[in-house]
Design a binder for this molecule. Structure first.
Ligand SMILES: [Zn+2]
Length: 634
């Protein structure tokens, strides 16, 4: 970490979180909390809450939560260090930054400066230089007017060895580290981009960090509007169609999405981001009135991109052509959905269509393709069924089996079953017959990691649902109402008390009273830390879901008496433990003599739990029994 922890804590303590958030949302006092409309998502009734005392916020609508630093990070789209810096300035706290971080920033500053200058240089060349005529003609032929060229700061890298290097007069180290040029064999500085239309790449805050360059297609004969000879110069039209900056100190492909700096506001407003394959696709979506598209820069969509996107969107629409989308590994997609709590959908682009052509020829079709985007699994099932022969009974049976293999990869059982019914319907089969087939397909998939089941391009590294894959946000649904209603509520209430009125629950709570794994982890994080912030920070490192839960609890208020909650938890835990003890007694008749009196006593205590006066004493006895039991696998 670049800023010492003590300084971070001082900044946090000095920040008035209500005043800070009030700059972005109207907050009203309600009890001990402040509530208002969420600044991160569109809503009509307030679900955004702030706890001023603890300095945390939570939205029950979009589930965003955090402290003042998180708030600044997400609302201003800056990193942790930058957020702390801004808050420090705001509340007048001086922070001492780690010298290595300062040095790092000092090393990057000239690179950013050189990159900004290069972007301006190329942009000016495109707008006015005579040698950029063919580039201007090409862009006009793609439907790019002056407004688009200026908005995306497009440029032209002249067909010259060192036009940029001469202009920048930077050191060779800066030129190379920024990815703008290199030193050639004759020891002279040479430009990295030559005779290319330049698409500058910005970070989310709008700082240029890299370049993408496209060669001009073969000369357009007869179009000499710009004056001079038609077509590009001798160096043009060679090399790969696209050339991108290499990773360096200011640029990492894996963490960059082209267009996010322009798209972020529309993405936040819609909760949706469109991910496409190239710079021109992004621009096409802007032209078609959907300014929420981004593209990866010469690399596959990956984990770090999702980490970035989850700050902005809850729905990710892949606008790839169908074959490319079909290649996306299902296991990875479901993991992203689970881990980053986003839904991944696939745009219904007509076969062979590319968003750029569609935006120009039929923008309505492009809009419809996004509006009708299908969940990733629906898209895959459709692809299998569309390529199958559903006219014969044999064809339908084969298609059902292939579709089931695709369905089997989804981690959520309820989702799987709904798709199974859909497949049954489309293939005219009984759902129950398909369910038993599904079990066989799943078993086979487990023994063969990559299946060859007729769904040609459908390939996945993780064919079988992974154990524990449903442990994320899907688990509430999978557990069903039985557990959700009876068990998780007192646990949550106990945690609320532990956060807000720890003196009341004191040492009457134990980790094993929480049957829910997440709640238990939250409780352990709380008891293992001095305060809530420390607990949240520790949890952030081990399990971010626990950190989210703790922040949510901080803006909720306990509604129950501590005694009631403790009694309820003890009762539930004792009943579970009692059932185990009774089973043991049945299994090992020899130990009945030992176990029977314990069982009798526990039963008596359980009865006394409901007896007003004796209730708390009984609860203490039961808790002692629970803690003393060495059998923990209930
Ligand atoms: Zn929200």
């Amino acid at each position: 970490m670049a800023i010492p922890d003590e300084d971070v804590a001082r900044v946090r303590a000095a920040t008035d979180i209500v005043a800070l958030i009030s700059e972005h949302a109207a907050l009203k006092k309600q009890g001990t909390r402040w509530v208002g409309l969420c600044p991160f998502h569109q809503e009509k009734t307030p679900s955004f809450s702030v706890n001023a005392e603890m300095g945390v916020f939570h939205c029950f609508g979009c589930q965003r939560s955090g402290d003042a630093i998180t708030f600044v990070r997400e609302i201003e789209h800056v990193d942790f260090v930058e957020a702390v810096r801004r808050l420090a300035e705001r509340c007048g706290v001086t922070i001492t930054e780690d010298p290595s971080a300062t040095a790092d920033r000092q090393r990057r500053a000239p690179l950013h400066e050189a990159m900004a200058k290069a972007v301006d240089f190329y942009h000016e060349r495109l707008l006015s230089a005579p040698d950029a005529g063919p580039a201007r003609d090409y862009l006009r032929s793609r439907g790019y007017d002056g407004e688009i060229v200026r908005k995306f700061v497009l440029g032209w890298a002249p067909d010259d060895w060192d036009a940029l290097a001469k202009h920048l007069k930077a050191s060779s180290k800066v030129l190379e580290d920024a990815g703008l040029g290199f030193v050639n064999r004759r020891g002279r500085q040479q430009d990295a981009f030559r005779a290319r239309v330049v698409f500058p790449i910005f970070d989310p805050s709008g700082k240029p960090i890299a370049l993408g360059g496209r060669i001009l297609p073969a000369p357009v004969v007869g179009d000499t509007a710009g004056g001079g000879a038609p077509g590009p110069g001798p160096g043009a039209g060679t090399g790969p169609k696209y050339k991108n900056s290499q990773d360096g100190p200011i640029y990492s492909k894996r963490r960059t999405l082209y267009g996010l700096n322009w798209a972020k506001h529309d993405v936040i407003e819609n909760g949706e981001v469109i991910v496409c394959e190239g710079y021109t696709d992004v621009i096409a979506f802007f032209q078609a009135g959907m300014p929420r598209a981004v593209a990866t820069c010469g690399t596959a969509l990956g984990e770090e991109h999702f980490r970035l996107l989850r700050n902005f969107a809850t729905r990710v629409v892949l606008a790839y052509d169908a074959d490319a989308a079909g290649q996306e590994g299902a296991g990875r997609v479901y993991e992203w959905e689970r881990h980053h709590e986003v839904d991944v959908a696939v745009a219904a682009l007509p076969p062979g269509a590319d968003p750029a052509d569609l935006a120009r020829d039929d923008p309505d079709a492009l809009r419809a393709a996004i509006a009708e985007a299908k969940p990733f699994l629906a898209f895959r099932v459709d692809r299998v069924l569309q390529s199958a022969d559903l006219r014969s009974a044999e064809g339908r049976a084969k298609a059902a089996e292939a579709a089931l293999a695709v369905v089997a990869e989804h981690p959520n059982e309820l989702v799987r079953d709904q798709y199974l019914m859909l497949v049954a319907d489309r293939c005219r089969l009984e759902p129950d017959a398909l369910r038993s087939l599904a079990r066989r397909v799943a078993q086979r998939a487990r023994s063969v990691p990559v299946e060859g089941n007729g769904s040609r391009s459908e390939r996945s590294g993780t064919a079988a649902p992974r154990p524990g894959a449903g442990a994320g946000r899907t688990d509430v649904a999978e557990r069903g109402p039985k557990r959700g209603a009876d068990v998780s509520r007192p646990g949550l209430e106990a945690l609320r008390l532990a956060v807000h009125r720890p003196e009341e629950v004191g040492d009457r709570l134990e980790a094993r009273l929480f049957p829910d794994e997440l709640q238990r982890a939250a409780f352990e994080a709380l008891t293992g830390a001095d305060d809530l912030h420390e607990a949240v920070e520790a949890a952030e490192r081990t399990d971010p879901r626990v950190a989210d839960l703790l922040r949510r609890l901080a803006v909720e208020e306990p509604a129950t008496d501590a005694d009631d909650v403790v009694v309820t938890l003890v009762r539930n835990a004792s009943r579970r433990a009692l059932a185990v003890a009774e089973a043991q007694a049945r299994l090992s008749p020899n130990s009945v003599g030992e176990i029977a009196p314990v069982i009798a006593r526990v039963r008596r205590d359980l009865d006394e739990l409901d007896d007003g006066d004796r209730s708390l004493v009984a609860a203490d006895r039961l808790l002692a029994w629970l803690v003393g039991r060495d059998d923990t696998n209930e």
